[in-house]
Ligand binder design. Structure first.
Ligand code: SAM
Ligand code: SF4
Length: 336
């Protein structure tokens, strides 16, 4: 953990919410094709459109100078981005940053866990929707679950605390496994969060409404096997937490549909192309890449663009599963 920042936040939106948490996507590419996240046949961005490692480092530093204290590096799959460890090393040295976090699918974590820990990464979230190898292959279209298990082990061995599993629950694919996944997390001393699927991008053959399962349904199902107690822990993200008696693990639920969390939103996202996305469920954005590339003083231009944009952060998202997706960006483009 880094020293506590004394800087007061400069990024305050028109509803008085201070933006202290940024999720930064470092690539739109991925080595998996999770059925709820990507189409099977994806066209990825040309390299020149993606922010360079130097631009990402400048962006991280500038955001923290404006009061951001938590950065989460995501994608696509961040661990397949060339230079990712060097980026983490640079971000890890930003004095104002209190938490440097990573979200990964875990397939390349075994190789990188120790270097990430040494670079100053504080927390890792690992996506894991099932414990069953065949189901994993089906959900990711071709992944090998053993790589993820090896990644979890490597992160534990490197000394990461509070490793969290992220599980998107789908009615006909993995919702029945929720109690098993919780049992696995408890046994390994991991936290786990279940996520309601969000309608981001259109994916042929995948019906989001048909797959919807609410956090309340999952809790009820888990509760038949493991008694859960709600707790007031806040880790600065959208999860609400429960705990199983006798265990330290946090069991979280991210419920964009059934338990709207927008009023306490403290975060924005930046896509791999440097687009500032002010709300996951709305289109409002600002072009940070142009600010950095088309100005003689890129840091000053970046600051100004960020300060001007933040007042346009929308009040809330408005997801509607019954309708066609209104947000045409895939989660992998936005940075989940
Ligand atoms: N590739 C990394 C991973 O899978 O952890 C990082 C990027 S991924 C887009 C980040 C998170 O978003 C994952 O936990 C994934 O399960 C989640 N996600 C992707 N598409 C989603 C959707 N449509 N609704 C809800 N969560 C989604
Ligand atoms: Fe890749 Fe992560 Fe999307 Fe799965 S959820 S396809 S691992 S970016």
């Amino acid at each position: 953990m880094h020293p506590t920042s004394t800087l007061s936040p400069a990024l305050i939106d028109s509803f008085g919410r201070a933006i202290t948490y940024v999720r930064l996507s470092v690539t739109d590419r991925c080595d998996l094709r999770c059925i709820y996240c990507m189409a099977e046949d994806m066209t990825f961005l040309p390299r020149a459109q993606v922010l360079s490692i130097e631009e990402l480092a400048m962006l991280g530093k500038t955001l923290c100078e404006l009061g951001v204290t938590k950065l989460r590096i995501t994608g696509g799959e961040p661990l397949i981005r060339g230079g990712i460890v060097e980026l983490m090393q640079q971000l890890g040295q930003i004095p104002q940053l209190q938490e440097l976090c990573l979200t990964t699918n875990g397939t390349h974590l075994a190789q990188h866990a120790q270097a990430l820990k040494d670079a100053g990464v504080d927390r890792i979230n690992i996506s894991l929707d099932t414990l069953k190898p065949l189901r994993f292959k089906q959900l990711t279209r071709f992944g090998d679950i053993n790589q993820v298990f090896a990644g979890i082990k490597a992160a534990q061995a490197a000394g990461f605390q509070h490793i969290k599993l992220n599980c998107v629950a789908l009615k006909h694919y993995n919702a029945d496994e929720a109690p098993e996944l919780v049992r696995f997390a408890l046994g390994e001393g991991l936290d786990i969060s279940f996520i309601e699927e969000m309608p981001l991008g259109k994916i042929n053959g995948h019906g989001r409404a048909a797959e919807f399962v609410s956090s309340a349904e999952l809790r009820e199902q888990i509760g038949k096997h493991i008694a859960l107690e709600p707790i007031s822990t806040d880790t600065g993200g959208p999860s609400r937490y429960w705990r199983a008696a006798g265990f330290e693990s946090l069991i979280g639920f991210i419920s964009p549909h059934s338990e709207n969390f927008c009023s306490s939103c403290n975060r924005v996202r930046v896509t791999a192309t440097g687009k500032l996305i002010l709300c996951l469920g709305q289109e409002n954005s600002a072009d940070l890449r142009s600010a950095m590339r088309n100005n003689p003083e890129p840091e000053a231009a970046l600051r100004e663009t960020l300060l001007n944009a933040i007042v346009h952060k929308p009040e809330k998202h408005d997801f509607d599963l019954a309708d066609e997706p209104q947000i045409l960006r895939f989660m992998s483009m936005t940075g989940g």
